[in-house]
Design a protein around this ligand. Structure first.
Ligand code: HC1
Ligand code: SF4
Length: 573
C-alpha cells in the first residue's frame, strides 16, 4: 500500500493502482471519456485531469500511477475549468444533433457534459467536415460525431488484432477511419461491431433496418416470421433496466408477439439443427479421413476473417450454414410446405446480437433456388428500440413462450450464445452417437469461461477427441497459425469472432465505460444462458422432439441430399 492524499484526506491504497482507480476505491469519481480498462488506457482526452502537488501541468489520472506521499486534488476550480474547456472544445467540433442521434441517452459525451454542468459553449469556429459512410450492410460511420478518443482503434487493433480503424489525416483534419478513408464496405472489416460497442458517441452505429420490419408487419400479403438468437435473451433486459446477466426469454417472446409477428420462432431451434448437421459432418470427417481440425462456421465475422486472412485454410471450415440461415432456409421450405404457404410470401426477420449477421444474410450463395434465407436482420438494440417505439412496458409483460414447430429448443441450443457453447453442445450429441448411449453427464465445463483459448481432450467411447475453443479474432489467429504450421492436433475447433462469443456481440446493448470497467459483461451474460440450459429437461439437440420430427418428416438423415441443398454452403478465397 501507499499513502495518498486526495482532496485533503489521507488514504492507504494498493500501490499498483492509477490515481483514477485509487480515487474510485475511496468513493471519488473522476470523469473520463477515452479511458476503457484493458482496452484503451492512453490518456488522450484529458477529461480525467487532476492537480498533483509539485507538478506544474495537470495530469491525466487514468495513466498516472499512485506514489507514496502523493497529494492530489480532483475537484478544485482549476481542474473543473480545465475539464470544462476540454469538453467544450470537443462539443464545438461535434455534430450535436442529440435529439435525433441513435445514441441519445446512451452517450458518454452527453453524460459528461451534463455532469460537468456545461450550459453553453464558448468556442465557435470551423467544424471539421464529416464523412458519412453507410455503404456496407452492417456499419454506419459518421465522423462528424467522432471525438477521437481512440477506443474503436484499440478495440479493432488490440482486442481483435485486425486494425481496420486508425487515426487518419493531421491536425485539425484528424479523424478516425479505415486507411485512406475508404468505405467500410471496401475495407477488410469483418463487421464484428466491437468498435461500435466501445464507441462513447454515435460515430459508429449499426446499419438500421427497423423500418423494413415495420413495413413487413404492415403488409397484409406477407407472412412475417421472427427468430431470435440465443444471446439476445441474455442482454435485452439491460435496455429496460434489468441487471446485467438477467435472462428475459419469457418477456422477449411476449414482446415479439405484441409487435405482431405471425410466428414467434427461435434461432435456438436452428442451433439444434446445426448440431445435428455439424456433429454428423465431424463424425464423417473423423471416420473417413476428412480435413481436420474441423472448425465451426456459425459466426459470420469469423468467416469473413478467415476468408480475408487465411484463405488457404478454408477447407477446415464446416460446410454448415449458421443457425440464422438454417432457420431461414427451413422456414421457407419445411414450414412453408407443412403450412401451405408460398415461400415467396414468407418474410423472415432475425434478431441477432450481431452486426455481421446483417451482411451474412446478403451472401448470394446462401439463397436456395433464388430465395434468400433471411430478409432482414436487426440487432438486440434495434429490437429494444422497436419495443420502446411500440410503448410496451417491458417489465410488466407476462412471460410468454415461443411458438411450437420451430420454437422449441434444447439446452444445447441455448448455450450457443457463449464462447465454448457450440463445442459443448456438439460434444453432448457426438458423445451419445459414438457410445450409443444416453449419457447422463452433459456438463463439459472445461470449454466454458472467458479464457481466450481453451483446450481440452474428451474421451468418448475409448477415443480421445482433442478440441479447442477461441474467441475474438486475435485468439483465432493464434490457433490458425498453429494449424497452418502443422502444429495443431485438434479434431474440432470452435471460433467466435467476438470476445466472449455472441453474448458480447457488436449488436448487444451498449454499456458505458463506467460499467465495463468494473463488470465483466461477457461472464455475466453467459451465466444467464448456462442457467437456462441447466433448468431445461431436454439438454441435447438430438433429443429435441421438434428436431426428430424435422428429420423424420422432411430432411431424412442429417447431411442428407436435401439437408445439403438447404443447410450447407461454401466459402470464398
Ligand atoms: Fe450467435 Fe449463432 S450463437 S452465431 O453468436 O451460431 O449472432 O446468439 O444466433 O446463427 O444459434 C449470433 C448468438 C447466433 C447463429 C446461433
Ligand atoms: Fe474492426 Fe470489427 Fe469494427 Fe470492422 S467491425 S472496424 S473489424 S472492430
Amino acid at each position: 500500500n501507499v499513502t495518498i492524499t486526495i482532496n485533503g484526506n489521507q488514504y492507504a491504497v494498493p500501490s499498483d493502482l492509477t490515481v483514477l482507480e485509487a480515487a474510485r476505491t475511496v468513493g471519488i469519481d473522476i470523469p473520463t471519456l477515452c479511458f476503457l480498462k484493458d482496452i484503451n488506457e492512453v490518456g488522450a482526452c484529458r477529461v480525467c485531469v487532476v492537480e498533483v502537488e509539485g507538478a506544474r501541468a495537470l495530469q491525466a489520472s487514468c495513466v498516472l500511477p499512485v506514489r507514496e506521499g502523493m497529494v492530489v486534488k480532483t475537484n478544485n476550480q482549476r481542474v473543473r475549468n480545465a475539464r470544462k474547456t476540454t469538453v467544450e472544445l470537443i462539443l464545438a467540433n461535434h455534430n450535436r444533433e442529440c435529439t435525433t442521434c441513435v445514441r441519445s441517452k446512451n452517450c458518454e459525451l452527453q453524460s459528461v457534459s451534463e455532469e460537468l454542468g456545461i450550459r453553453d459553449i464558448r468556442y465557435t469556429g470551423a467544424k471539421r467536415e464529416g464523412k458519412y459512410d453507410n455503404f456496407s450492410h452492417s456499419i454506419v460511420r459518421d465522423s462528424s460525431k467522432c471525438i477521437l478518443c481512440g477506443r474503436c482503434v484499440s478495440a479493432c487493433k488490440n482486442v481483435q488484432g485486425i486494425g481496420i480503424l486508425d487515426f487518419v489525416n493531421r491536425g485539425f483534419e484528424t479523424t478516425v477511419g479505415p486507411a485512406f478513408e475508404v468505405s467500410m464496405k471496401d475495407a477488410p472489416c469483418i463487421y464484428c461491431g466491437q468498435c461500435m460497442v466501445v464507441c462513447p458517441v454515435g460515430a459508429l452505429t449499426e446499419k438500421p433496418a427497423i423500418d423494413k420490419v415495420w413495413d413487413a408487419l404492415e403488409d397484409p400479403k406477407k407472412h412475417v416470421i421472427v427468430q431470435s438468437a440465443p444471446a439476445v435473451r441474455a442482454a435485452l433486459g439491460e435496455e429496460f433496466g434489468y441487471p446485467i446477466g438477467t435472462n428475459v426469454t419469457g418477456k422477449l417472446a411476449s414482446a415479439l408477439r405484441n409487435l405482431g409477428f405471425d410466428k414467434i420462432f427461435d434461432t435456438n431451434w436452428a442451433a439444434d439443427v446445426t448440431i445435428m448437421e455439424e456433429g454428423t459432418e465431424l463424425l464423417g470427417r473423423l471416420q473417413n479421413g476428412g480435413k481436420l481440425p474441423m472448425i465451426t462456421s456459425c459466426s459470420p465475422g469469423w468467416v469473413r476473417f478467415i476468408e480475408f486472412n487465411y484463405p488457404d485454410l478454408l477447407d477446415h471450415l464446416s460446410s454448415c450454414k449458421s443457425p440464422q440461415n438454417m432457420f431461414g432456409a427451413l422456414a421457407k421450405s419445411y414450414y412453408a410446405e407443412k403450412n401451405n404457404i408460398d415461400p415467396k410470401d414468407i418474410f423472415v426477420v432475425s434478431v441477432m446480437p450481431c452486426t455481421s449477421k446483417k451482411s451474412e444474410i446478403e451472401r448470394p450463395e446462401l439463397a436456395v433456388e433464388g430465395v434468400r434465407d433471411v430478409d432482414v436482420s436487426i440487432t438486440t438494440r434495434e429490437l429494444a428500440r422497436m419495443i420502446k417505439e411500440a410503448r410496451m412496458e417491458f417489465d410488466k409483460l407476462e412471460d410468454g413462450t415461443f411458438d411450437p414447430f420451430m420454437g422449441d429448443y434444447s439446452g444445447a441450443g441455448v448455450i450457443f450464445g457463449a464462447t465454448g457453447g457450440v463445442m459443448e453442445a456438439a460434444i453432448r450429441t457426438v458423445a451419445d452417437v459414438l457410445t450409443g448411449e444416453d449419457l447422463e453427464n452433459v456438463d463439459y465445463t472445461a470449454v466454458r469461461g472467458v479464457e481466450g483459448i481453451k483446450e481440452a481432450t474428451v474421451n468418448i467411447a475409448g477415443k480421445d477427441i482433442k478440441v479447442a475453443v477461441a474467441h475474438n479474432t486475435k485468439n483465432a489467429a493464434i490457433i490458425l497459425d498453429k494449424i497452418r504450421a502443422g502444429e495443431a492436433d485438434y479434431h474440432f475447433v470452435e471460433i467466435m469472432a467476438c470476445p466472449g462469443g455472441c453474448v458480447n456481440g457488436g449488436g448487444q446493448p451498449i454499456q458505458p465505460a463506467s460499467v465495463r470497467n468494473v463488470i465483466d459483461i461477457r461472464a455475466e451474460r453467459a451465466k444467464a444462458l448456462y442457467s437456462e440450459d441447466a433448468a431445461l429437461t431436454v439438454r441435447k439437440s438430438h433429443k429435441n422432439p421438434e428436431i426428430k420430427r424435422l428429420y423424420d418428416e422432411y430432411l431424412g438423415e442429417p447431411n442428407s441430399h436435401k439437408a445439403h441443398d438447404l443447410l450447407h454452403t461454401h466459402y470464398y478465397a
